[in-house]
Design a protein around this ligand. Structure first.
Ligand code: SF4
Ligand code: SF4
Length: 390
């Protein structure tokens, strides 16, 4: 989307939300006091608007959940409570819960939302317009573009990066975090990534720096690794201290030898009480087409491609905030030299409404140069095997 009224693009929607929200005494209730509800509760506690749970389970109504009150839908009305209700439940249970709310006379997209629509559409706008808090779903720092593997379809183009190439300096990594957190009040997931981040010689220092200064502004702090390198003791200790989630990309379907490494890595992580998640072994990648596709550069088409894409993978490099980490890294690593101005300069923008608009996909151009060479949302139609090596 192209900016036509920078800083005011979302005013109409934002003001309507504020109006509705204030009528509801600025309360959010989560319908579903299960694991998903507990996952989303901190988002509202951070803003000070969490008003408890609604749940059909009588046991939960009696005991509460981790100190939070749980009431039935009947009690919600009987006690004259007001609030916006966010349904947090398994997809299969959502239709029945929506129907329960509709039957009680509540309106969809006004009185209640599913967690997906609420967190994507409402929460970021509410944060800025009511609380002047800027929320970002995901952001990452690529500490190094070097990698211990050479996947031929690497979405960052890391296979083209020389083993001796220079990493981001520690100063720049710190500046990246400082610039980001000076403007961002809450991020769902903040990721240290590569290439392979365990190749970064100062990984311990940057975990400690970010963990110490900014851990409270993150719901999740994570490192994504391909699992080929065992982290040193001091890194494991820091990951435990700052509650860093280790995300292991599972390439063992293609690279059988990794199975043993993964087992050892998982054992070490368990021993240090570090949480980890492993991606699905039998998944597939998508071909973005960066090296083969050329759309011909028509502005209207590129804006459509960008708008349909909706990637959440932001990247911070110093004062530069890139909308799409793949666009920046592929262009740099494969020497395309495209999109050199396709970023927001943190040093020039402080207005949280402008930041929110950028986050929602507004920019001066309305697309990125790399969208001309990318399948975008259609990449799902081009599945490719995971981690085939060059
Ligand atoms: S996909 Fe991951 S493991 Fe493979 S080359 Fe790229 S950064 Fe390395
Ligand atoms: S279309 Fe491709 S290049 Fe453009 S934002 Fe989406 S993933 Fe990035």
């Amino acid at each position: 989307m192209k900016w036509s009224d920078k800083g005011h693009e979302l005013d109409k929607y934002g003001e309507e939300l504020v109006h509705d929200f204030q009528k509801k005494e600025e309360n959010i209730l989560i319908f579903g006091a299960g694991l998903l509800g507990e996952e989303y509760r901190p988002f509202f506690e951070k803003l000070g608007c969490f008003a408890g749970y609604i749940d059909n389970d009588k046991g939960k109504q009696e005991s509460g959940v981790n100190g939070a009150q749980v009431i039935s839908l009947e009690d919600y009305f009987d006690e004259g409570k007001t609030g916006i209700i966010m349904i947090a439940a398994d997809e299969k249970n959502i239709p029945a819960m929506e129907s329960q709310l509709r039957k009680a006379g509540l309106k969809e997209q006004k009185d209640f939302y599913t967690y997906r629509e609420f967190m994507k559409t409402v929460y970021p706008v509410l944060s800025v317009y009511v609380y002047n808090q800027f929320y970002v779903e995901q952001a990452q720092i690529c500490l190094t573009e070097r990698c211990s593997l050479k996947c031929k379809a690497c979405a960052h183009g890391c296979y083209a990066v020389d083993a001796g190439s220079q990493d981001m300096s520690l100063e720049m990594a710190k500046e990246s975090a400082d610039c980001f957190f000076e403007r961002v009040d809450l991020v769902k997931e903040f990721v240290l990534i590569g290439g392979e981040p365990l190749l970064y010689r100062e990984l311990d220092k940057i975990i400690a720096y970010i963990g110490e200064k900014y851990r409270e502004k993150m719901i999740c702090f994570s490192i994504t690794t391909n699992g080929t390198i065992m982290p040193e003791q001091k890194i494991l200790e820091l990951c435990k201290k700052y509650r860093v989630l280790i995300r292991i990309s599972n390439y063992s379907a293609e690279l059988k030898y990794l199975e043993k490494k993964y087992e050892k890595l998982k054992e070490e992580l368990r021993r240090h009480e570090i949480t980890y998640r492993m991606s699905d072994r039998d998944s597939h990648w998508m071909d973005y087409g960066f090296e083969t596709l050329d759309r011909g550069g028509k502005e209207e088409e590129l804006i459509q491609v960008f708008d349909r894409c909706g990637t959440t993978c932001r990247e911070i490099r110093g004062n530069r905030y890139y909308y799409c980490v793949m666009a920046r890294s592929v262009s740099d690593n494969l020497g395309f030299g495209l999109g050199e101005d396709d970023y927001l300069d943190f040093k020039e923008v402080k207005d949280k409404k402008v930041l929110l608009e950028y986050e929602k996909g507004y920019s001066d151009k309305g697309y990125l140069d790399m969208c001309n060479h990318c399948n975008g949302a259609d990449a799902v139609q081009y599945p490719i095997p995971v981690a085939e090596q060059l």
